[in-house]
Design a protein around this ligand. Structure first.
Ligand SMILES: O=C(CO)[C@H](O)[C@H](O)COP(=O)(O)O
Ligand SMILES: [Fe+2]
Length: 220
């Protein structure tokens, strides 16, 4: 198996008034990537940030891997903006697009990696057809829209089913991940761990990042 732990703090839980410094801090403490949550107030009942913030982060953090999670109703519309802004990965929701395969092609053509996400209520069968072509599959472990929610162990069978079929796939989990829930997610087969509140609110952020990584890498 070639997968390894990727620890991706979600900047939704960072200090937006001091964003570049807070984001740099978690990278300096060992985070692999930065997870950037984009919400349009339509696909989810909340708004967050858009491509201009990604552009600013790119300026301040030229080498950071910016993993953008688009919780938007029209994901095709924003591909070029995010590519121009310096995004490295563009994950869209399978529920939001009629032709995910074509959208993956468009994201790749724009020079980004492509991810496909599913909400907790969407069957894993909806994303399995794209697991070979996409660079990652995101299994949401909370209803998208807000940080700080409780991890849903009930979606772990979806992670298990994916890992069984795709031993080398990057399987991302997002929502409620921390030192209390990582064992469940890693045992199911998740290796790309989004962690917002558990990292940014920690008194020892480094210990949380290292703790998450240790539990995931112990599985491989
Ligand atoms: O996509 C998201 C919410 O829709 C966030 O990435 C997620 O909630 C991370 O925050 P936390 O770790 O605090 O749950
Ligand atoms: Fe997210």
């Amino acid at each position: 198996m070639t997968v390894k732990a990727v620890i991706a703090p979600s900047i939704l839980a960072a200090d937006f008034g001091d964003l570049a410094a807070d984001a740099k801090n978690v990278i300096d403490l060992g985070a692999d990537t930065l997870h950037v949550d984009i919400m349009d107030g339509h696909f989810v009942p909340n708004m967050s940030i858009g491509a201009p913030v990604v552009k600013s982060l790119r300026k301040h953090l030229p080498n950071a891997f910016l993993d953008c999670h688009l919780m938007v109703s029209d994901p095709e519309k924003w591909v070029q903006d995010f590519a121009n802004a310096g995004a490295n990965n563009y994950t869209f929701h399978v529920e939001a697009h009629a032709d995910p395969s074509a959208l993956i092609d468009k994201i790749h053509a724009a020079g980004m990696k492509a991810g496909v996400a599913v909400k907790p209520g969407t069957p894993v069968e909806e994303v399995i057809p794209f697991a070979e072509k996409a660079d990652l599959i995101l299994i949401m472990t909370v209803e998208p829209g807000f940080g700080g929610q409780s991890f849903m162990p009930s979606v772990m069978p979806k992670v298990e089913a994916l890992r069984k079929q795709f031993p080398n796939l990057d399987i991302q989990v997002d929502g409620g991940l921390g030192l209390n829930t990582i064992e469940t997610a890693a045992s199911a087969g998740a290796n790309v761990i989004v962690a917002g509140t558990s990292v940014f609110a920690a008194t020892d952020r480094k210990a949380v990042i290292e703790g998450l990584r240790t539990v995931v890498n112990a599985k491989y």
